[in-house]
Design a protein around this ligand. Structure first.
Ligand code: BTN
Length: 243
């Protein structure tokens, strides 16, 4: 396992992307930074994290051999690896808020930013960015955020947590390699936040509607049972789960 440790960088995803552009990088090479000056979140958001208290790191994975029709299975593999890690550390009440926010006690403890490289119409490699709130105890302006320490009362060793995550990534990528996508999807759906519970959503036009989350499609769309008893699929950019 090759781990590059940095005191500071703009973003570990950006650092790893530049590294990959300049040299050959081995599978599961990880870049861990104590501090990111321009941490990036999903949909162009900023990811800020207390320096040295939390984990901000990125992992390289060659995915060319998987012949993926859609990269959502990468997202599933990473979500499952984080869930398995948190279960290992006895973190309570875990769930995954579609597509890949990891929650404990209904609060976000981990965010994932996956950046895939496509070559000759095939998904060739993935930069897997993980921001895990580990030992931070104050989230003043973020009422929906939490950390492993807050939910468990324990202080964690960041290196140990990193190693367990990488081993669990290997575990689930091996299952993906065997083509057991149904197993992965079923496991992911078991942990889906608000599954089968009455929930409220907002679409891209701002329209608020109710429904029940039933699962996800092979293409990563969220399947919602609407009030007219029809199941409709929604793409990531078209819908927000309000509560
Ligand atoms: C999210 O919006 O929930 C995703 C957050 C992902 C943050 C991580 S921290 C390590 C890696 N480097 C980045 O710039 N972003 C990801």
């Amino acid at each position: 396992m090759h781990i590059i440790k940095l005191n500071a960088t703009d973003s570990t995803n950006s650092y790893l992307k530049t590294l990959c552009a300049n040299e050959c990088v081995a599978d599961y090479t990880a870049v861990v930074a104590k501090k990111q000056t321009n941490g990036r979140g999903q949909m162009g958001t900023i990811w800020s994290s207390q320096s040295s208290k939390n984990l901000t790191f990125s992992v390289y994975k060659d995915i060319s051999e998987y012949n993926l029709k859609h990269p959502f299975y990468i997202s599933i593999v990473i979500s499952l690896a984080i869930l398995r890690t948190l279960r290992f550390f006895s973190i309570p009440k875990l769930s995954v808020k579609w597509p890949n926010d990891i929650l404990s006690e209904n609060k976000k403890v981990c965010g994932i930013l996956i950046e895939n490289v496509v070559k000759q119409n095939n998904f060739s490699s993935s930069i897997i960015g993980i921001g895990l709130n580990v030992n931070q105890v104050e989230f003043d302006n973020l009422p929906k955020a939490s950390s492993l320490r807050l939910v468990s009362g324990h202080i964690f060793n960041l290196d140990e947590v990193t190693n367990v995550i990488i081993n669990n990534l290997k575990h689930y990528f091996n299952i993906l390699k065997k083509g057991q996508v149904d197993v992965l999807k079923a496991k992911y759906e078991l942990s889906l936040f608000r599954k089968n519970k009455p929930s409220t959503f907002q679409d891209a036009e701002g329209l608020v509607f109710s429904g029940f989350i039933k699962g996800v499609s092979d293409f990563g769309n969220l399947q919602i049972l609407l009030e007219d008893e029809v199941i409709k699929e929604f793409d990531l950019k078209t819908i927000t789960l309000l509560y």
